[in-house]
Design a protein around this ligand. Sequence first.
Ligand SMILES: C[S@@+](CC[C@H](N)C(=O)[O-])C[C@H]1O[C@@H](n2cnc3c(N)ncnc32)[C@H](O)[C@@H]1O
Length: 454
Amino acid sequence: MIDAECEAALCGLIAERLGIALQPHQLGRLHACCAEAFERFAVEDCGELCARLRSAPADDPVLAYLVRGVTVCESHFFRDARQMALLERELLPALIARRRAAGNLTLRLWSAGCSEGQELYTLLLLLHRLLPDAPAWNLHLLGTDINVNALHHAMEGCYREWSMRGVDEALRAAAFERLGEGVGARWRLRRERFPAQLRFQYLNLAEADYPSVFTGTIGQDLILCRNVFIYFERPTVRAILERFARALADDGALIVGACDHVPDGVPGLRLVAGEEAFHFRRDAAAAPPEAPPATLAGLPYVSPLVPPPPPSAPPAKASDTLGTLLREAHALAGEGRLEEAEAAARRAVAHDDMAPDGHFLLALVALERDQPRIAEGALRRVLLLDREHALGHYQLGVLRHQQGRAAAAAQALQRAREIIARRDPAAAVGEYGDGMTYGHLAELVSHQLELFDE
Ligand SMILES: C[S@@+](CC[C@H](N)C(=O)[O-])C[C@H]1O[C@@H](n2cnc3c(N)ncnc32)[C@H](O)[C@@H]1O
């Protein structure tokens, strides 16, 4: 049992460590979760549990356990008929038409707080319904969550009947395979029938890791963040919305849960009220949301709203050329202008083939453009030039995992972990880690390793 004082201390620690503000109705879960934690982690009492939570490193299982305990992952396919109608009849057809008209068959969609993947797979199914020529498109679908268990399920893509309540018979037959019978029966999404680049990864929305090329969260055409804001205090919700505004492409849209409380007047977002459902549009005309303070000496924070150096800028001095090209490539990538970013990264590589960062940026852009072979080649080059390049090892791990090479992925991440362990946790990872610190990268690596541990 935990008393009121202990409950308050635990709530404070959860807010501090995870950014999650527990609401009164969630306290029952906290109590149940703590009762089990005492036994599971051989903790004597609440004071000891608090002490452990206070000092636990990011990869301490007690933290992951707590996240699992206090987050509710309830979700199902085609959740909220009105929002689904808005997506299927208005937002997605209009977006597809704009992209076709521009001759750019690329779409980037993000389910933030994706739980077990039902929301992201719903988007995948909707897109394939709307795109008769789907294989010709580059469909990037990103699902992120703080609950690693839920992400495991998402990657597996197998669901119980309860999650399938929005799926009619015809779609079940076309898109799912039934595994087992009776109450234990599960439905596996036949992903092979729906080509797209799908990525599930750990991301705590309360932290400032986005938008960033590094977390794949830039230039989004559509963000769904539904039924997640219940976990946050109002200032955190506002900060998250501001980051979403920067993560959206110019004509991008954001959908939050129909019952989510969202503040008015978030810079960069315009509320569009429809008859049945509302959404937000990126408002490019509005004053851009203030970017976070510079995190790297001499380098401005790069957000999709920070324009690249104008073409008329005076030519850089010879000694500055590499840095200028790298910054240009990074800024263009941050804006989602991937072809131009690739060209700039190639110019950087041509200028100095021995500088790892040129190859690293080339790899990041190739990952974004769904060019795994180019990405792998560039990452190998990075690691040949700098064996201690933590981000290089990390990205190689992510890439190998996407290719289904679990053992090789784990190996690359272990290597990243060894390198990070020798660095100052408060130091910035490098010029192109978008302000990420080694401490934070350690967290990402350990969560990713947990995800690989299938
Ligand atoms: C109720 S589910 C919503 C799932 C899906 N968006 C939907 O509407 O069906 C809420 C999800 O938010 C996730 N979540 C909670 N706090 C989070 C945070 N700080 N960062 C990222 N995800 C978080 C939970 O783990 C859970 O999977």
